[in-house]
Design a protein around this ligand. Sequence first.
Ligand code: CO
Length: 259
Amino acid sequence: MQLIQFTTSLVLCTLATFSAAFPVNGSTHEIDETQLDRRGTSVPFGAVIDRCTVPGTFALTFDDGPFIFTNKILDLLRANGVRATFFLTGQLHANIIANGDIVRRAIAEGHQVGSHTWSHPWLVGGLDQNVMVKQMTQLESAFLRIIGRIPTYMRPPYLAVDGSVLAIMGQLSYHVISASIDTKDYENDDPVAIWNSFEKFRRELDGGGTITLAHDVHRSTVDILAQAMIDEIRKRGLKMVTVGECLGDAPENWYRGAR
Ligand code: CO
């Protein structure tokens, strides 16, 4: 009986706290959080997460795809027998719907995919909340078409967040994933310079970082950095897993159905 009461009050609390209305295009776009079940996970929503909580795990993440190099990263991960997480955009370097095969392949091979917004804008600095919501829901529609589900994990472009971003992501029931190792591979996309990114990676790994950020849209990352990171992590005896797994979250919580 006590359990039933507790569950009932939790549901009521969830309804009261997370129902939110956003006017879009003059009409009211209701975000119906009542359909979302948050109880299966212990990972917080709308709060910045930048490291793994399961001891001995490490999360490789690749942002800004899909792109022409993504399949090559998938080949490399498969050859190494390791899992990673891809934070995908709707329309940045390529269109996600036109590259649905890549998204489905990543999931079929055990990787996790998350949202990185539709077109990669800065979300901070007073971006209209309706625009922010649209950046997420437009990509949700694409994911529904491609995989029939919506990711529950997202990464803010440029890792940029403020209170407004976190509030919206919380209302939309997203886990917000930052990084504790930032390779800045986009500054070093060159066969020689990319080793600067590797050295930065190694320093931040020494500092205890467990979620690393790189991009599968840069040739040197795909050709050099990714394998170098994998070799180094392996040397440290860490297990490379998805972000969800490194946070102890069961795979059924990594995606949800339509809102
Ligand atoms: Co990005």
